[in-house]
Design a protein around this ligand. Structure first.
Ligand code: URA
Length: 426
């Protein structure tokens, strides 16, 4: 008879588990035969001893098989999914999904919520009055057949083992280990049914992966897992040392997405989204020039797709364009001249969370209206007194909050260049 304690010991002592042992452990954990305390001991053993490529593959498959899998075959064409490993100010999905759909490539996407300093696409979409993130599988597929795109919340019946294991890892200091992250993400992507996958692996202060080397290892692991499972996968490693784009906060990020889709966004984020779209389209078998993609992004075609999706999912179109209702807006000015050297993503993500834009714990209620909009980003030149950012809050900012904000805006004399995409792993 297999016993969890023996498998924990085997991993603790640095040995390789068999496919049958991994299958048994995940099945027994999912149906309650293995309790949380044994699974957390196992996760910690993996944290210290790692997993071989074969074990990571088996773990991923065992997780996929722990729940339902979505069959997207009723939607014609190559379905491409996209996933980000998380960050601050990441509104990419809001723009990229309609943009790719505007080229006739169907996108059936399940997104997540934000936690801690990181944001989640579902929360951003829910800042639009009426938007429904819960659709039955049949309605999800019907919508993609009809208008070419849908973004909904992940169904509870998908990858049950990951739901349980992720919650456990979150409170047992076992999140940041590559085999567990790779199997967690890829099991969800495989179960969600897309044929091809684009992974945005963030790196830097605001991301899980703190160094380029770690991000590269995670990317290679996930790309290999995707390929082994017959789902062609590309990973891009992207910078999360500063917030992405200008806005942090749910409503503010929707507004920034709209600005970009009206050709009025910052060039760096616009270019970044076009590059991601080019990769996603290539995965779907369509070669498009960046100029063509930029044209779709800024001439209203992508925006039309976003509007169709919002309407189809019950959202109020007028509310989509509503400005933030935060009652207090505080302007933060540069206190010296030079170039912005750092805007640490983690610090500003946590700052926005304290304004109500994010959750400290899963049950926290969000304030959709609050957050930060940066007028200057890393590499930009500033004069003393120039506007750096606007902070949207419910109450006047305390002196402590103001000091903290300014302390995190690092300005120095040297010019520096910034890249959003650091590496592409295929
Ligand atoms: N995102 C996930 O879905 N899982 C992880 O383990 C880490 C990030």
């Amino acid at each position: 008879m297999v016993r969890a304690v023996d498998l924990i010991q085997k991993k603790r002592d640095g040995h390789e588990l068999t496919t049958q042992e991994i299958n048994w452990l995940i099945a027994a954990y999912t149906d309650g035969r293995v309790p949380d305390y044994q699974m957390s001991a196992f996760a910690m053993a993996v944290y210290f001893k790692g997993m071989t490529t074969r074990e990571t593959h088996d773990l991923t498959m065992a997780m996929v098989n722990s729940g339902e899998q979505i069959d997207l075959s009723a939607i014609s064409g190559i379905k491409v999914d996209k996933h980000s490993t998380g960050g601050v100010g990441d509104k990419v999905t809001l723009i990229l999904v309609p943009l790719v759909a505007s080229f006739g490539v169907p996108v059936a996407k399940m997104s997540g919520r934000g936690l801690g300093h990181t944001g989640g696409t579902l929360d951003k979409l829910e800042s639009i009055k009426g938007y429904r993130i819960e659709l039955s599988q049949a309605d999800f597929i019907k919508q993609v057949q009809k208008i070419g795109l849908a973004v909904i919340g992940q169904s509870d019946s998908l990858v049950k083992a990951d739901k349980m294991l992720y919650a456990l890892r979150d409170v047992t200091a076992t999140v940041d280990i590559i085999p567990l992250i790779a199997s967690s993400i890829m099991s969800k992507k495989i179960a969600a049914g897309a044929d091809r996958i684009l992974l945005d692996v963030t790196v830097g202060d605001g991301a899980f992966m703190k160094t380029l080397e770690e991000a590269e290892t995670l990317s290679k692991t996930m790309v290999a897992l995707g390929k082994e499972m017959g789902r062609r996968t590309i990973a891009v490693i992207t910078d999360m040392s500063q917030p992405l784009g200008q806005a942090i906060g749910n409503r503010l990020e929707v507004l920034e997405a709209l600005q970009i889709m009206q050709g009025q966004g910052r060039k760096d984020l616009t270019d970044f989204i076009c590059e991601l779209a080019q990769l996603m389209l290539e995965l779907a078998g369509k070669q498009k020039s960046l100029a063509d993609i930029r044209e779709h992004l800024t001439n209203g075609q992508a925006l039309k797709k976003l509007e169709e999706m919002v309407v189809c999912q019950g959202g109020d179109l007028a509310d989509l364009y509503r400005p933030s209702a935060a009652p207090v807006i505080t302007e933060i000015a540069a206190d010296k001249e030079g170039y912005i050297k750092e805007l640490p993503a983690l610090a500003f993500g946590l700052f926005a969370m304290r304004l109500g834009a994010g959750r400290a714990v899963k049950t926290d209620k969000l304030d959709y209206e609050t957050g930060i909009v940066f007028e200057k980003k890393v590499g930009d030149s500033v004069q003393k007194g120039d506007l750096i950012a606007r902070v949207y809050s419910n109450e006047k900012l305390s002196e402590n909050m103001l000091t903290e904000f300014k302390k995190n805006v690092k300005i120095n004399k040297e010019e520096l260049s910034v890249n959003e995409i650091l590496r592409i792993i295929t």
